[in-house]
Design a binder for this molecule. Structure first.
Ligand SMILES: Cc1cc2nc3c(=O)[nH]c(=O)nc-3n(C[C@H](O)[C@H](O)[C@H](O)COP(=O)(O)OP(=O)(O)OC[C@H]3O[C@@H](n4cnc5c(N)ncnc54)[C@H](O)[C@@H]3O)c2cc1C
Length: 416
């Protein structure tokens, strides 16, 4: 079923009786050509592009819970491509370009909103660093602008410009950055994949891997063994647990990251804003709630909930930047499990097991990467070679010391 304005009007006039379930609920088959483990944004996007762009068939996505129940539905919805390093910027710019055409591509309203993102500058050294990053972005075909203090004040007059400790001296702006309705991204990719014959199998946990003579033969699941020629793992915060089934120990730790939503307020924050002197970032949802976040909780955990000290720390960052936030009530918080890699950058690579591929290490920046991650992982699975924008995301960079270390940009355990 294609969605359109005409369809919405027709359904409104006929009692909405024509809407169909958006994806099937198939039983697992005995064998597939491709199994994608993990029905989050990255797994679903991988299956979608495998079928649509790389014309592959006999594909299944195995999800231990329900589609979109992981980080894809828990993040603070920010998209951007404001990275510095060559290993990262072309990839994230590719992703931003895919976001720009995504809704037309998968015929689903994901509320892609390019409302702009600013990174506030508080010191001269920070201005130098952001200028350098902006230049790097422009050299890679992205957009970047340096704003002075008056320009920031004209946009957001309620910020604490009189704070002598954290003076606001300007900002790096990317106008094409913004927000996307996160769960609609999972649903859009799921629908698009299902329409192309991909089996989306929920409540199906991968509990083991069958590997014979160095080659993957399939996966053990809570619904029995399922054979596969190729298996791609995209399970975000569960990466270390799932890859342990193949005898791999990853350069990844799992940590909790929390998100926060305030009560609905009148619109006053047009875009996305990050505080440069502490860890706090904020945008305002279409319903008026302030959506904000900050640091990870800072200890290893697989629990999808956070703790009070970090809530206090994030609230302090918000108060330092915009004291008015102190009058808003916090409506809800939740946590997601981050797959924190040791340099804050992702991995999209083959493994030592033939036919087994890995996608992870997205830390707390993987939502914006969803389209490019899916595309590049599908490219790797279908062609057995990395996509040109993802050549740096290999395991062996940890062996060779070729870290992709974006200080203050990607997440870095203990450092950011
Ligand atoms: C609070 C918070 C805020 C964030 N904010 C942003 C942001 O603003 N911008 C940004 O770019 N990124 C952000 N992120 C990061 C981003 O959400 C993640 O990097 C990204 O969603 C991870 O990829 P995914 O969508 O595939 O993960 P997930 O949605 O977590 O998908 C992984 C799936 O694998 C499944 N799985 C796990 N183990 C198994 C198994 N054994 N068998 C089968 N299935 C299994 C899980 O159930 C899950 O559904 C944020 C994350 C959090 C938690």
């Amino acid at each position: 079923m294609r969605y359109s304005g005409f369809r919405v009007i027709a359904e409104a006039l006929t009692g909405h009786k024509g809407w169909k379930p958006v994806w099937r609920d198939p039983a697992p088959q005995a064998e597939y050509d491709y199994i994608i483990v993990g029905g989050g944004g990255h797994g679903l996007a991988t299956a979608y592009y495998l079928a649509k762009e790389f014309k592959q068939a006999r594909i299944a996505v195995l999800e231990k819970g329900y589609l979109g129940g992981g980080n894809v539905g828990r993040n603070t919805t920010i998209i951007r491509s404001n990275y510095l390093l060559d290993g990262n910027e072309p990839f994230y710019e590719f992703s931003l370009k895919l976001w720009e055409g995504l809704e037309q591509d998968f015929n689903y309203n994901a509320m892609v909103s390019q409302r702009g993102i600013i990174n506030l500058i508080h010191t001269d050294a920070q201005r130098d660093a952001f200028t350098r990053r902006g230049n790097g972005m422009i050299l890679n075909g992205a957009d970047a602008e340096l704003l002075n203090r008056d320009q920031v004040r004209a946009m957001y007059p309620f910020l604490n410009f009189d704070n002598a400790r954290f003076p606001i001296k300007g900002a790096l702006m990317q106008r094409r950055g913004g927000t996307v309705r996160h769960d609609a991204v999972a649903w859009g990719y799921a629908r698009g994949a299902d329409m192309r014959g991909v089996d989306l199998i929920q409540n199906c946990e991968v509990t083991g891997m069958r590997i014979e003579n160095g080659r993957i033969r399939g996966v053990e699941t809570s619904r029995g063994f399922i054979g596969a020629k190729k298996v791609g793992v995209a399970v975000a915060g569960s990466s270390s647990k799932v890859m342990a089934h193949a005898g791999m120990r990853l350069p990844i730790e799992s940590h909790v990251l929390q998100a926060f939503v305030s009560e609905g307020l009148k619109p006053f924050i047009a875009g996305v804003m990050t505080f440069g002197a502490g860890h706090f970032y904020v945008s305002q949802s279409d319903k008026g709630g302030l959506v904000f976040g900050g640091d990870i909780d800072g200890y290893n955990s697989y629990a999808q909930r956070g703790n009070l000290p970090v809530i206090e720390d994030v609230a302090e960052g918000g108060m330092a930047l915009m004291p008015a936030i102190g009058r808003a009530r916090l409506l809800r918080t939740w946590g997601g499990i981050m797959d924190m890699s040791m340099d804050g950058s992702p991995i999209i690579d083959k493994t030592h097991v033939e036919g087994l591929y890995f996608n992870g290490g997205w830390c707390y920046g993987g939502f914006k990467a969803t389209p490019a991650s899916g595309w590049c992982f599908a490219h790797l699975l279908a062609k057995d070679e990395p996509h040109k924008t993802a050549t740096a995301y290999r395991f062996d960079r940890f062996l060779k010391g070729l870290m992709i270390d974006e200080k203050g940009q990607g997440a870095q355990p203990n450092l950011h």
